[in-house]
Design a protein around this ligand. Structure first.
Ligand SMILES: [Zn+2]
Length: 411
């Protein structure tokens, strides 16, 4: 074989390999695929149910070609290996319903040709039922470039709050909060705790029950497309940032605004002003519990009287992995269905706190987080109590509870 023939052959191999890896990752319900060069190999790991799992090891010699292939697919500059780059591509999926049955799982299936056809022609992929958005981000390291592919899976049917893990009572509280014409609904929790998914469920509910209201979302990034809702992709470091967008958007006559995240005092201020002037705002905040979220607003400079008159509900949540039904009856956990982890899927544990009169007057006095926590104690079920109940039902395990709630779960 000549050198040229060999290089053509290798190119084909890498093309197939990348297609197979992405197809398998999608089929495994992965949300992210990491391509990490180490000293002796390219390590491929996938994030499933929030945790990274070893997926594949590839000879290090192929690493540059694999990253280059990902760059080609996502229209990035292959010759620039010295700067971080971000791009996107559309990936064909054979059976999008539910996510589990997605794609063929075998080498080449639903792979490269369709992906290119979709991107190039701009039409529907020939043999795939559906395409999913994939984002590719590369980063130069001392061992070569690493890449992360984020998979945005499209849901065919929206999930209700109860399907997400909320109790019937919590579902009613949340849904009655969005019935109000104005107010501020805040979902808090650490990164990856399902806050956005909860807001999406509320937006779907709003769209169904109040089709006459105008719904707009500001997101970074847009994770799910919702029919008949205006969705805007924020660029936090560019012109179209949250603050700028919000100011202009209020002139677009919105009634309900989903603001992806409140990260600073200026955004918090506009959001509160919007709620004060008769808009319903749904947003998320990084914070462990409702008390912390309330105090963060005050610390960001929101006057207590404004927060007290706008805040209508605060929800804190976590996601715990649920026990794999395929291997749970066996003594030893872990099977093919759950990639050997013993878990498959996740469910939410949530504290839902509607802001009633008593809390309102407490907020007026700019309380400390501990004073608020004491007042909120006993209002809703504690995260630990909800978690323990889930363990008793066999939904999740003590280990998982400890992993997600930490010391909280011990008491
Ligand atoms: Zn299993």
């Amino acid at each position: 074989m000549s050198g040229a023939e060999r290089s053509v052959r290798e190119q084909h191999d890498v093309t197939d390999l990348v297609a197979a890896l992405l197809t398998r990752a999608v089929a495994s319900r992965a949300t992210d695929v990491h391509f990490e060069p180490t000293d002796d190999r390219l390590w491929v790991r996938v994030r499933v149910d929030g945790l990274l799992i070893d997926f594949e090891e590839v000879p290090l010699a192929l690493a540059p070609n694999i990253v280059a292939r990902l760059k080609v697919l996502s229209s990035l500059l292959t010759y620039r290996t010295d700067i971080p780059q971000e791009g996107s591509l559309q990936w064909p999926v054979l059976h999008p319903a539910g996510g589990e049955k997605a794609a063929g799982g075998e080498k080449g299936a639903g792979g490269d040709k369709e992906a290119r056809g979709e991107k190039g022609a701009g039409g529907a992929a020939p043999s795939a039922d559906h395409v999913w958005d994939l984002r590719v981000a590369t980063f130069p390291t001392i061992r070569g470039e690493r890449a992360v592919v984020r998979i945005f899976r499209e849901r065919t049917s929206p999930q209700s709050l109860v399907e997400l893990g909320f109790t019937e009572v919590q579902d009613r509280l949340m849904r009655s909060a969005v019935e109000q014409p104005a107010g501020l609904i805040v979902v808090c929790g650490p990164a990856g705790s399902g806050k956005t998914t909860t807001l999406y469920a509320l937006m779907h509910d709003l769209r169904e029950r109040f089709p006459q209201r105008s719904l707009i979302t500001l997101e970074d990034p847009v994770e799910q497309r919702i029919d008949r809702v205006t969705q805007i992709q924020i660029n936090p470091y560019g012109e179209l940032n949250y603050e700028r967008c919000l100011r202009s958007l209020l002139r677009q006559d919105p009634q309900v605004l989903l603001v992806g995240e409140i990260r600073d005092g200026r955004t918090a201020d506009i959001v509160v002003q919007a709620a004060l002037t008769g808009h319903l705002i749904l947003t998320t905040l990084h914070g462990e519990d409702p008390a912390t979220a309330i105090v963060r607003f005050l610390e960001m400079g929101i006057p207590a009287y404004q927060l007290a008159s706008t805040l209508s509900l605060v929800c804190a949540q976590r996601l715990v992995r649920t026990v794999c039904r395929s291997c749970a009856p066996a003594a030893r956990r872990g099977c093919r269905d759950c990639l050997g982890t013993g878990y498959r899927g996740r469910t939410a544990l949530a504290q839902v706190c509607p802001i009633h009169e008593e809390l309102r007057s407490l907020i007026l006095h700019s309380p400390s987080a501990s004073a608020l926590r004491a007042a909120l104690h006993g209002l809703g079920l504690s995260m630990t109590a909800l978690g323990k109940a889930a363990v008793q039902r066999g939904t999740t395990t003590e280990d998982e509870l400890r992993r997600v709630l930490g010391a909280e779960a011990a008491d």
